[in-house]
Ligand binder design. Structure first.
Ligand SMILES: Nc1ncnc2c1ncn2[C@@H]1O[C@H](COP(=O)(O)OP(=O)(O)O)[C@@H](O)[C@H]1O
Ligand SMILES: [Mg+2]
Length: 418
């Protein structure tokens, strides 16, 4: 049983989102006092509230006092609030209530039913053995009908900015934060952005096919084993099957398992979707995504291609609620078509315009995404801002790994290996 808090608008929307759910709504609270009374009388296992100060400012104390209930907040919060709340065991969910409700169900399912014990007399004694350990906060997916417009570059840089931020946050707060990337292109080049060398075909990255050896309850350790870790940016990634041996063994079931496991063990999962919307994998990925980024350049052909296939996109993405546009200036000389014309033709909200990055090739040579080489460059700042809006917290970016010395160490290690 769960309790919904907030104003009429929020609770009505949340109630609608819970229609047909396994979790029954046992009460609606308009004030904190209502909530306390309802918690006493119903013994609800979960509480969902909107991310507004009126509710969140009391939540740390409330969560500490009522350990039998699990508290969830739907919406965007500032980083400091997020830190305090997660510290208190509160789980922060997507502002999209459909998604929030699904995650809440999953979380409540995962909480051990033996986590509660009643002593004689009916008074509850809290022995919470297993709180919600992790819930994926954000799953941005990057797509375009056109190749070479910068999907992989964008994904790699977004993930890198998030990974660097996650490491710093972890060091400051002691809270683990994990960032993953899936390369879903049938022939992907994500690995080259994360340290693999196109001239060294002997080194083969771990691919999605490796997830065939895992199962739905696989441990974090087993999942990390199946992935590649890029130390300079603190990003785990997995590529699509590369060898013939892997390709014939790979299927949608394995991809689905990978999505499930990453959602279970990572806080942020970025997906490089490639240009194919037709495959079963794309439909699974689109279904899991919290945010969909469609990338275009300033080429009229690209814009036409995306515009003409809007219907298909709407079908696979289930409408356009989660869809935003990124205009990527991947060429120095560009200008077939300006921003306002693109927006008019594509009719999608603009998430970001990424400027031309003068050191993309250098970044690839060094085996790190550009944001990690120079955090103060205008491209890095744009990417960091985009990452920040996608993952709902402030403070991403502004630190390059070069400054912390880690990158130097990393390079030294690389060069030592020859
Ligand atoms: N903002 C940018 N500035 C400079 N070069 C870019 C930018 N975005 C992408 N590129 C370059 O454009 C090329 C294609 O990018 P890529 O990310 O591989 O595209 P896609 O994944 O859409 O096929 C790559 O050489 C990449 O380095
Ligand atoms: Mg690509």
């Amino acid at each position: 049983m769960i309790i919904l808090c907030g104003d009429k608008e929020f609770t009505a929307a949340a109630r609608a989102a819970f229609k047909g759910s396994k979790v029954p709504v046992s009460g609606i609270a308009a004030t904190v006092n209502d909530l306390i009374a309802l918690l006493e009388s119903t013994g609800a296992a979960g509480v969902l509230m909107p991310a507004v100060a009126e509710w969140t400012e009391n939540l740390v104390r409330l969560a500490a006092a009522r350990k039998n209930a699990h508290f969830f907040v739907a919406g965007r919060v500032r980083k400091s609030v997020w830190d305090d709340l997660t510290e208190a065991g509160v789980v922060i969910l997507s502002p999209d209530l459909q998604k929030a409700v699904r995650d809440m169900e999953m979380a409540l399912e995962r909480i051990s039913p033996t986590g509660f014990r009643y002593v004689e007399g009916g008074e509850k004694v809290t022995i919470v053995q297993k709180r919600v350990d992790i819930l994926t906060r954000t799953i941005p997916l990057v797509f375009s009908y056109k190749g070479g417009v910068g999907k992989t570059t964008t994904v790699a840089n977004l993930a890198a900015a998030t990974g660097i931020w996650a490491r710093e946050t972890e060091e400051e707060t002691g809270k683990e934060l994990r960032v993953a990337v899936i390369d879903n292109n049938s022939v992907g080049n994500l690995k080259y952005k994360f340290g693999f060398d196109s001239k060294d075909s002997d080194k083969v990255p771990r691919s999605l096919a490796g997830f065939a050896h895992l199962h739905p309850n696989s441990s974090l350790g087993a999942v990390l084993e199946a992935m590649n870790y890029h130390e300079p940016t603190n990003v785990y990634f997995v590529v699509s099957p590369e060898t013939g041996y892997e390709k014939v063994r790979y299927n949608e079931g394995i991809f689905k398992l990978c999505l499930d496991l990453l959602q279970r063990h990572f806080h942020f999962v970025f997906i490089d979707m490639g240009i194919d919307l037709d495959s079963e994998m794309s439909i699974l990925a689109a279904n899991a995504a919290t945010d969909i980024i469609v990338v275009t350049d300033r080429n009229q052909d690209t814009v036409n291609l995306i515009r003409d296939r809007r219907g298909e996109m709407g079908q696979v993405f289930g409408g356009f609620d989660r869809v935003q546009l990124v205009i990527n200036n991947h060429k120095k000389e560009n200008a077939d078509i300006g921003t306002s014309a693109i927006l008019r033709e594509l009719n999608l909200p603009l998430a970001a315009e990424l400027p031309y990055c003068t050191f993309t090739q250098k970044a690839v040579r060094k085996g790190v995404p550009a944001v990690a080489l120079d955090s103060q460059d205008k491209y890095s700042i744009s990417v960091s801002n985009l990452a920040q809006t996608l993952i709902n917290v402030t403070g991403v970016g502004g630190h390059s790994i070069t400054r912390s010395g880690r990158f130097i160490e990393y390079l030294k290690k690389l060069f030592k290996k020859g």
